[in-house]
Ligand binder design. Sequence first.
Ligand code: ADP
Ligand code: GLC
Length: 513
Amino acid sequence: MSNSTGSSPEVAAISLSRQGKPESLDSPPVPRNRSISSARQSILYVTSEMSDYVKAGGLGEVSAALPRALRQHYDVRVLIPGYRELLSRIGTVEVVGRLPGMFGVPACDLGRTRTRDGLTIYVILCPELYNREGTPYGDARGIDWADNDIRFARLGMAAADLAMGAGDPTWQADLLHLNDWPSGLAAAYLQWRGVPIPSILTIHNLAYQGLFDRTRLPHLGIPEAAFQVEGVEFYGKLSFLKAGIFYASHITTVSSTYANEITKPEYGCGLDGLLRARADQGHLEGIINGIDESWDPSTDPYLASPFTPDDWTGKRVNADTVRKTFGLAVSRGPLFAVVSRLVHQKGVDLAISAAEAIVSQGGQVAVTGRGEMRFERALEALARRHPGSVGVRIGYDETDARRMYAGSDFLLMPSRFEPCGLSQMYAQKFGSLPIAHRTGGLADTIEDGVTGFLFGEMSLHAFLDAIRRGVDTFKSRSRLSNMRRAAMSRPKGWSHSANKYRDVYGRAWQAVA
Ligand code: ADP
Ligand code: GLC
């Protein structure tokens, strides 16, 4: 994602009176009379990624899985920008409405399609904003699009329009479920229009905030009056994420530990004051992600060979395949994997230092990922220094990733912070023991010495100590098998998390009833 920001000292205690209707939101759509019966409420799930079509990380996977898990309870529909890649995968889209342009945000068509399994997807058809080669957030070199404020204000505005029944004449939403900074403004637009539809904001990563210059306010339809601490201002800048945190009815994040961490200055990225205030009101909580059913080593078609906890033969076949693919020598020693975005958050620097120690003791390391150039280069240099022991493939490849989880003995995940983390759960499910920093969702999903290994202090020394404990376990076949079996049984599907979201939705509706 884009628009990360450093932490700032503090956002002082903030009172949460969220009034202040704008003078400037001239002629937004008028809400239609709600004719919806309360029998089956409608939810609009607003996201900038969905792995059916386009994804940059875990958000895409959650956005594909959670709406599906909620479908049996609600009429859930997804709203997403019509990126070039997405449209090429969808083919034809039915145009169901036209959304007006406002301020600097261009008018656009609203398209509607369905996934093969029948989930309704609304697509914002605005070629001037989305018909580009690159990721949802930037070009192929990873440089953010300069007009990301307009691109994602368009998303937020479309969400508010659609919720009010101004997009699709046959549908309107009873609740908006927003995700991360790209959809943060939707909660604010609803508030400024005086529309009493609750909005839930899920924070998948607080470090990406959508920060823009204050001169952009009039282009985005943001009233000057909202540019203050009790509004969208973040240390002199406009913050989309802060807008979401401030104006949404309820905030969730993707693990209990991270929900607690982000109320502290060390992890709060300057928003801890506001988050503390929202937590004190009972409006912030952690709901751990699940993993979807495709993560099953006995049936996964991507694997070189399926396997079950009763027979590790198939796991060995995957290990051999990974060794071959990554140019590693034939070996009976432990195989460590890294499957990660290559960014500071993920502790790639620590993984590189640890790899040196691992190979010096006869272990092997396979790495796949893409991200910051400096890490990509450093990993390639590491592989050149250790031919046959370290293999690196820069890129994003589902087959590689799944085979690595299946074939490796350990997954290295020394994340500095980790809101939830899906990789460690995939690894567990495929019998690879995660070795990870005790933070966020890693702390909540890994039981130290039972389903993986955790280290407390973010230091090479502590990481190597956890790796040493892993290697000791590797030497005992029975201990290794027991831990693998425990790990494989642990990750949960989505129904558990979906039920927790249902509780949150219920409370949000109660509050406006
Ligand atoms: P984040 O969203 O912060 O990147 P997560 O652990 O929640 O972290 O999700 C990352 C997802 O992206 C996992 O499904 C992981 O397997 C996948 N992934 C990351 N890098 C690659 C890669 N190079 N190739 C394939 N999958 C990858
Ligand atoms: C973010 C976080 C990751 C989380 C994912 C899905 O990308 O970095 O920890 O698992 O979102 O919620």
